[in-house]
Ligand binder design. Structure first.
Ligand code: PAP
Length: 328
């Protein structure tokens, strides 16, 4: 049997949000959350309260620098993997990727590359001054809700998306792991309906993806759009693409030493999921690290969705992405 959280992680507890924030959200559209009872819609996307508190503070206070790198995903698109790979690439002078003391051996990738809105949710005015350049952050925030300073800077955005069928299945399992035992599991049919209506954390999924897809077409030098499936199929090509995009392509010498293979090995599902820290550890918010590692495969939806569900998701995706040039 899969283990669930002993208690609701801190970031999902309503007691963590201020009264001022509660007054503000009282006028926003509401719906049923997958883990918490209520989610609110802000600028067209669904958030649970602690997260939205962070998004608002992030919008208000974050000052982007042109050298910043922001990793963006909608949840369950391969965030943990992208964080690990990006951390390994951008810090490779300081931390040799084949070293047994590499920070990724002792730390979950979410600790090394934090979600910036969660940092703000915890502390409305965090101090980022000690972070060396290029600063590496992650976010799930949709394009429309990113801070103006991100929109107006030349900072680099990497967006990783994943096909909606696998993403839905991954999110379904993740949400059930986060729900403490006494709340019981969601039924797949119920949350499938919500997902199709766009009600998922940081959803609607399709609008989230399109926001960054369109921006990547408009500003290809600043916005790199990747797919989880391509990363699985051609990891070497994608890792080299990332290193180039970050302005630190691999040298001939590094290539000769097999750096690409070392990065991929260090960050592989097998390596990360078998580390002590990821089997036993918890994030500062209280989430179990192991919840971020399930199967790490493409096509697992076939084991979970009925033919009707798959067809419905395909039809919605085709309709929403029509004319955009984006396909799975
Ligand atoms: P997040 O957006 O909530 O941070 P994220 O890392 O995107 O989570 O989602 C976890 C998914 O990525 C899981 O997919 P699954 O449920 O279909 O299995 C997880 O297994 C997968 N994953 C985690 N690490 C890796 C990795 N190193 N390589 C490939 N897939 C991975």
């Amino acid at each position: 049997m899969e283990t669930t959280q002993p208690t609701l992680p801190k970031d999902l507890q309503n007691s963590q949000v201020s009264q001022e924030f509660k007054d503000l959200t009282s006028s926003l559209p509401k719906n049923r959350g997958w883990v918490v009872p209520v989610v609110h819609q802000y600028q067209g996307f669904w958030h649970y309260d602690w997260q939205l508190q962070g998004v608002l503070s992030y919008q208000k206070h974050f000052q982007a620098q042109d050298t910043d790198i922001l990793l963006v995903t909608t949840p369950k698109s391969g965030t943990t993997w992208l964080k690990a790979i990006s951390f390994a690439i951008t810090n490779r002078i300081q931390y040799h990727v084949a070293s047994r003391d590499h920070p990724l051996i002792k730390n979950n990738p979410h600790v090394l590359v934090p979600f910036v809105e969660y940092v703000y949710a915890d502390n409305p005015i965090p101090d980022f001054s000690a972070i060396p350049s290029p600063r590496l952050f992650a976010t799930h925030v949709p394009y429309v809700s990113l801070p103006d300073s991100v929109h107006n800077s030349n900072c680099k955005l990497v967006y990783m998306c994943r096909n909606p069928k696998d993403l839905f299945v991954s999110l379904f399992h993740f949400a059930n792991k986060l729900r403490p035992q006494h709340m019981g599991a969601n039924s797949m049919e119920e949350v499938f309906e919500l997902f199709c209506e766009g009600v998922s954390v940081y959803g609607p999924y399709w609008e989230h993806v399109l926001g960054f897809w369109n921006e990547s077409l408009r500003r290809p030098k600043e916005v790199l759009f990747l797919k989880y499936e391509d990363m699985k199929a051609q990891p070497g090509i994608q890792v080299r693409k990332l290193a180039e995009f970050y302005g630190c392509p691999f040298t001939a010498e590094e290539e000769k030493e097999g750096i690409v293979e070392s990065v991929l090995k260090l960050c592989s599902f097998e390596s990360l999921s078998n580390l002590e820290v990821n089997k036993e550890g918890y994030l500062p918010t209280g989430q179990m690290n192991k919840a971020f590692f399930r199967k790490g495969e493409v096509g697992d939806w076939k084991n979970h969705l009925t033919a009707e569900m798959a067809e419905r998701l395909d039809m919605i995706t085709e309709h929403k992405f029509e004319g955009s040039g984006l396909k799975f």
